[in-house]
Design a protein around this ligand. Structure first.
Ligand code: 1HE
Length: 255
């Protein structure tokens, strides 16, 4: 299925979303952003995990600078808030999202990748925040998501210098979780997606919804929220099934 900028392939419980603007290194224009948003706003019923990948050897080269319009402060505020809303939707739609990374993971492309939950990187990845060179600033959530992964100090250095981190650095810094060989990111993403799709849906949902929010809470509120999540998950039918399957030495069958 394709509306143009985003190709959507569904195989059982896994949807693969391919950003399909290879001539522009999958730079993000309003259409691509809207198509990604519309998928996560209303994911197909039987889909349990999404994979996000680019075409033509790149993940995403960030904001489409050729379609960049001069906006006033109010217009830029709304544009940035629009990006943040889409990145939030990706992170919190309830579907776990696995990114297969190669080539450019730059600017808004890194903002996009860090809104996804599992990031698998091939050796040729370029992780960069070159906004300073373009005379602009991040606006798709990087100060929060990349800032929390790297810490403010490292993010400031990364932006000031515009340096490019390679895959090994990115894994050490937490920008990516796995380093794989050339051509291996998408196959590994499929493997991991299938594994995640085999978890109990409510357990996946809790991981995605609770852990990031707990990071924003006080310790006391975090511990209490954790207990509430445990109470919901551990009293669900899937918990009975998961525990019984373990004791009976068989794979679980969840709802
Ligand atoms: C683009 C874009 C783009 C490529 N917008 N057109 N992002 C950037 O600053 C990244 C800018 N791009 C690059 O650094 C390089 O293009 C790449 C490292 C990604 C790829 O290099 P390469 O040698 O493979 O390709 P290329 O020849 O540079 O690019 C191929 C074409 O894609 C070319 O167009 P053509 O008409 O000359 O063929 C490029 O202009 C085009 N292209 N990237 C538009 N980004 C919410 S705020 C977020 C703020 C940001 O994201 S700022 C960072 C923007």
């Amino acid at each position: 299925m394709s509306n143009g900028a985003l190709k959507i392939d569904i195989d059982g419980a896994v949807a693969t979303l391919t950003m399909n603007r290879p001539d522009k290194r999958n730079a993000m224009n309003d259409q691509l952003l809207a198509e990604i948003d519309s998928f996560f706003a209303n994911p197909p019923k039987d889909v349990r995990v999404a994979i996000l990948v680019g075409s033509g050897g790149h993940y995403c080269a960030g904001l489409d600078l050729s379609e960049h319009q001069a906006r006033d402060a109010e217009g830029t505020l709304h544009h940035s808030r629009g990006w943040q809303a889409v990145m939030d939707r990706i992170q919190l739609s309830g579907l776990p999202v696995v990114s297969a990374l190669f080539g450019a993971v730059i600017g808004g492309g890194l903002e996009l990748a860090t809104a996804t939950h599992v990031r698998i990187a091939e050796p040729d990845c370029i992780f960069q925040l070159p906004e300073g060179r373009r005379g602009i600033f991040v606006g798709g959530g990087a100060t929060v998501r990349v800032g929390r992964i790297l810490g403010a100090d490292r993010m400031i250095e990364m932006m000031l210098t515009g340096r490019k981190h390679g895959t090994e650095d990115a894994v050490a810094l937490g920008l990516a979780h796995y380093a794989v060989g050339a051509g291996e990111a998408l196959p590994m993403a499929r493997k991991i997606a299938a594994q995640i799709a085999g978890n109990a849906p409510l357990a996946n949902y809790m991981m995605i919804q609770a852990i990031g929010r707990i990071e924003d809470m006080s310790r006391a509120d975090g511990f209490f929220t954790e207990s509430l999540c445990a109470a919901l998950a551990q009293t669900s039918p899937d918990a009975l099934e998961g525990l019984a399957a373990f004791l009976e030495k068989r794979p679980p069958t969840f709802r």
